[in-house]
Design a protein around this ligand. Sequence first.
Ligand SMILES: Cc1cc2nc3c(=O)[nH]c(=O)nc-3n(C[C@H](O)[C@H](O)[C@H](O)COP(=O)(O)OP(=O)(O)OC[C@H]3O[C@@H](n4cnc5c(N)ncnc54)[C@H](O)[C@@H]3O)c2cc1C
Ligand SMILES: C[S@@+](CC[C@H](N)C(=O)[O-])C[C@H]1O[C@@H](n2cnc3c(N)ncnc32)[C@H](O)[C@@H]1O
Length: 672
Amino acid sequence: MTTTAPTPIVDAQIAHAQIDWDEHGNPHSRVFSDVYFSTESGLDETRHVFLIQNELPERFAALPAGGRMVIGETGFGTGLNFLCAWQLFNANAVADARLHFVSVEKYPLSRADLQRALGLWPELKALADQLLGRYVAVHQGFQRLVFDGGRVTLTLLIGDALDMLPQLDGQIDAWFLDGFAPAKNPEMWTPELFAELARLAAPGSTIATFTSTGWVRRSLNAAGFKMKRVPGIGHKWEVLKGRFIGWPADVPTPPPIKPWFARPRSTLPSPGYPRTALVIGAGLAGCATAESLAARGWQVSLLERHGDLAQEASGNPQGVLYLKLSAHGTALSQLILSGFGHTRRLLERLQRGLDWDDCGVLQLAFDEKEQARQAQLAAAFPDDLLHVLNRAGAESRAGVVLDSGGLFYPQGGWVHPPALCRDQASANNIQLLTHNDVIGLRRDGALWQAWDGERLLACAPVVVLAGAAEIKRFPPSADLPLKRIRGQITRLAATPESQTLTTVVCAEGYVAPARSGEHTLGASFAFNSDDLTPSTAEHLDNLELLREISEDLTERLNANGLPAEDLQGRAAFRCTSPDYLPIVGPLADRATFLQAYAVLRKDARQTPDTDCPWLDGLYVNSGHGSRGLITAPLSGELIAAWLDDEPLPLPRSVAEACHPNRFALRGLIRGK
Ligand SMILES: Cc1cc2nc3c(=O)[nH]c(=O)nc-3n(C[C@H](O)[C@H](O)[C@H](O)COP(=O)(O)OP(=O)(O)OC[C@H]3O[C@@H](n4cnc5c(N)ncnc54)[C@H](O)[C@@H]3O)c2cc1C
Ligand SMILES: C[S@@+](CC[C@H](N)C(=O)[O-])C[C@H]1O[C@@H](n2cnc3c(N)ncnc32)[C@H](O)[C@@H]1O
């Protein structure tokens, strides 16, 4: 289990790999002056060194129904090792086993280079095409890519191995120690790296590497692996294989995770046994949770009080994929970058133009403060994520007259949230139960029961509360500090003149290019309103937001002369937490928690040796505020990772920053 590392100030300006191609079309790293794979036979070498020495053919074949294997790799490179492992897994593992591949990469290949490199292996084409299809928005940090309906998961850690692996919480069954020759890349092949491989090793974990260098073998032995030289292949006379035998006695063990953020010790059925879960609430958070659980073999009942999914906050015709980043690598900013990548890749499954569009998002630099913020972001992040446009550039992007330039996010765009919800809730093992308003939650033995008054709606050992601020109606989640903020969007009919708008444009509000003949204009913020009847005053406020974006577009939409009473739209509640991070993870019994850790009131540095009083099987996915499109889908993966004891899809520190226990903990530390 990992330690809580302080949130690093990340260098988000990670560069793509600089590649030269030799006369046979093989990739060669300019920075490391080394080859990505053996130019004689990359496939044979990968199979011999990494697959055979880790005994993967036998181990994949031995996986039980519902079983899982986690592979870790240093240096994703062209993804050749990943694709070979995937191919072998498909050939050897039972249908409902899962492969989880975690790979760290400092210099990710550009998509064009990846395509060119993978073109060298026609026999991997079917899998390579799937990888290429998902290889979008792969930015700094943790990036999750899901294949084959969740049978294969790839978690890329984009950054330096020595920075990224300490943030990983997961247990690796087999290590592929790759990463250019030690002599060409001495900064990576260090005792610190080997200690991380050991920290993350599952009991009995294996390791293989192409090098047989003596000091690498000795260092791995010193880190807790038992290494041996074995015959190599091609021009490699010998390679190394090994097994983790235990943390070395003479090295202090890594400090344990604080009990309030530890993984609940589960009494739930293991994979392979029938596993059922209730998800309460069918908006973005509930549908994402249902998909992530269903992909892991859970039978999910998705309970929704309305007649269909996505009827509340997730029911707007268009929402914006807008990344409110910080140049300082805050937990929120890391979550946004990882969540954006994940959502963006999910959207590739939907219909462009109707369900979503990657038309880009332009955030106008409407005042000096915003201009300065944008300059800071542009210096901190790569151009393919965001870049500054001057006024002329912004106008030519947007297709309308503007008052200023701004920051352009070329991979952003708009989404029809109900389409994403529907897609995520479409697996066969998800049953959508509409008109199921859960009023009460009761515990009966090992099961949670969902009741509507005196009617038992459903029961299961696992419940995920995904009903936005409504989760406060249940006593176990009643104290979570969630607030509702009413918001209203206005729908404006497209005109021939408004068709020129080619990107989402945001200032204080936003306007999107037309979907099905209508533009969405948003959105108001009303902090003290409980009424969801659309109000004319807020429509007029939205029109004012439009004028601030562009007078020209306002005229193109004939929006100046529209009779106020004809304005159409809808209102819903956002659900926010005080620190603007979502609340995602397992729930503890609050009263027992406060007692168990009462000593923190006096001394915040104490860590009582007391297990957290978890409410077995009870989880929350809520608090997605104004950016659920970016945070909710990845939060589904986070819930599933907590539940199934998988590698977390986010750095440990970010998962802790989103943890439901953070509020009770802060309360204790502040002496409340
Ligand atoms: C006006 C407005 C504009 C927005 N614009 C954007 C945007 O541009 N980009 C963006 O990313 N985000 C935007 N958001 C935020 C985004 O819509 C939310 O973050 C997201 O929809 C939250 O999803 P959710 O599933 O948590 O909540 P919801 O969509 O509210 O879903 C909760 C569901 O749970 C159900 N439920 C609750 N309690 C129960 C119960 N006890 N039993 C059964 N069912 C229950 C509800 O009926 C509802 O269907 C906007 C929000 C609003 C209001
Ligand atoms: C030989 S290539 C890996 C080949 C790869 N496994 C494949 O299947 O194509 C080595 C990779 O390690 C990456 N790398 C080198 N040093 C690194 C570091 N310190 N952290 C993360 N990745 C690193 C390089 O950018 C390169 O992509």
